[in-house]
Design a protein around this ligand. Structure first.
Ligand code: 5GP
Length: 176
């Protein structure tokens, strides 16, 4: 299998700092009763959530949800299952879903619907990567790190059969 780096470690770190600035500006203006709750979507978002949260200049809470749509495959099954639910009651809370990558958008649509029924005060999404533009799909995601080509990528949390999550950069994975 061949790997072609498309987003370097330095580029990721720069963009994460920019996203954190934008999030701080936009949430900082609002009057909030509670801390912002970052909801990391396991497992792929663990590096992104870790880096992003440390760039935010205000106190946040962190929780995780685990969903499966690929189950070790390179293509989405289209079926989204909750494997681990949140520990936090999000009613009345400001919630920011932290996602690694958006491909068809099905996972996020499902997550927004599910978490929306729990009546958060606000619900937004930050995704490090998106293939929506490459796929010609309109985006409703509030914060996006990088639009990438419609290719299968690994690294910085993203895996192929549990491999490559610890690469510090993003690479296209090709058979061969
Ligand atoms: P969607 O529901 O938007 O089609 O897919 C979202 C999920 O599929 C992501 O959270 C991620 O787990 C997985 N996924 C989508 N594209 C890729 C990719 O290029 N590489 C890896 N490793 N996972 C991906």
């Amino acid at each position: 299998m061949e790997r072609e780096a498309i987003v370097s470690e330095a580029a990721i770190q720069r963009r994460v700092a920019e996203l954190a600035d934008q999030i701080c500006r936009e949430y900082g203006l609002e009057k909030r009763e509670d801390r912002l709750l970052l909801v990391g979507v396991l497992k792929g978002s663990f590096h992104f959530l870790s880096d992003l949260s440390r760039q935010l200049s205000f106190d946040v809470e962190v929780d995780f949800i685990s969903v499966s749509s690929y189950a070790g495959e390179k293509k989405s099954s289209g079926i989204v299952q909750i494997r681990k639910d949140l520990d936090t009651n999000i009613e009345g809370r400001d919630v920011l879903i932290v996602e690694d990558i958006v491909d068809t958008g099905a996972t996020l649509r499902h997550l927004r619907e599910l978490l929306g029924t729990r009546k958060p005060r606000s619900l937004r999404v930050v995704s490090l990567l998106s293939k929506l533009q490459a796929r010609g799909i309109p985006s409703d995601i509030e914060y996006i790190g990088f639009e990438i080509p419609d290719e299968f990528v690994v690294g910085y949390g993203l895996d192929y059969g549990e491999r490559f999550r610890n690469l510090p950069y993003i690479a296209i994975l090709r058979e061969g």
